[in-house]
Design a protein around this ligand. Sequence first.
Ligand code: PLP
Ligand code: TYF
Length: 394
Amino acid sequence: MFENLKEQPADKILELMQLYKEDPRSDKIDLGVGVYKDASGNTPIMRAIKAAEKQLWEDETTKSYTGLAGDPGFADAMVKLVLGDTVPREAVAAAATPGGTGAVRQAFDLAKMANPDVRVWVSDPTWPNHLSILKHMGIPFTPYRYFDSETRGVDFVHMIADLTAVMPGDIVLLHGCCHNPTGANLTQAQWKAVIELLLEKEAVPMIDIAYQGFGDGLDADAFGVRLVAEKMPEVIIAASCSKNFGIYRERTGLLMTVSKNTSRTKLNQQSLAYLNRQNFSFPPDHGARLVTMVLNDAELRADWAAELEEVRNSMLGLREQLAGELRQLTNSDKFDFIAQHRGMFSRLGATPEQVAQLRKDHGIYMVGDSRLNIAGLNKTSVPVLAQAIAKVGI
Ligand code: PLP
Ligand code: TYF
């Protein structure tokens, strides 16, 4: 049987991580995988998470199973974090999943269960795992233009032109904030226009929100997802806690459905629990419990929000510094987009050859499409990167 297995394409981002590890140069710079790093290159455990973990160790009395949809307290706290007060809680069904990736996977599963012929529209480009999961599941997908490689902003005219071909019942996948891999995001007016179009087309929006709090702040980053939830009759939302709580390996995420017809919520909830059961039964609990503790305790929550702001502002500072260095070096404003992008990533717009040259000649590692992780920089490495970018002639 095993002779039938074929080699599968590797994950380019994880492959790059390995290449970086193997590079003996001491001045190498890792701008690859999307993990937050502080100025010394560490990915810290957030203070509130550490405190919650300590408290949990003292207070936890059982490791028995939770529910198939996870701890309802986690769902309540996360629904509130993501959606605020925009929709009544009765309109939302929610289930904990292993990470945001688990939520994305189950979202596609749910869509297929509801409509075996479902089609998914994805931004061009999008997070490569969206595409690889869709391919693996045999779900047809269509890219819509999203990124303007000249301005490095959103190519909104073409995005709308492409989405005009969406059919009723199609799923349109949108990044809630901090678009991965480009860093270019919709303005509030553009969110409104997209929603109007999707309403007219009777499409179902699916929002992947993996970086809430990394862009313009916890509430500002939820602007799009909240407006979609408020205006559209049905929405699917996949949320990740990996980045904004810094608990990557704990695999903590939440899949939500919003249905304005609240009589559907019970069946939606049952469907989410059913899908968990088919795939892994009970979702991981540890990370979810920490998140719940942090969100429900005023002191822990305030400390978490403050640290998240530090993280966000440090990335904004690095963006400003890099754009400033490049303005001086190139005597132009062509890299100002770096300061306008939000989140961990920016797509530089370099060719694959230039990306390879940055790696070979300068020990600077970024993904082949020229996505760089801003958090991989610090005040000292920013000028080094800027010099290298200018030298390579991007
Ligand atoms: N969606 C996007 C766009 C991402 O960039 C990520 C990665 O961080 C995820 C979802 C899911 O991450 P995780 O499964 O680690 O929670
Ligand atoms: O895009 C990134 O770098 C993050 C982390 O298979 C990641 O989303 C990368 C690859 C992967 C899972 C997560």
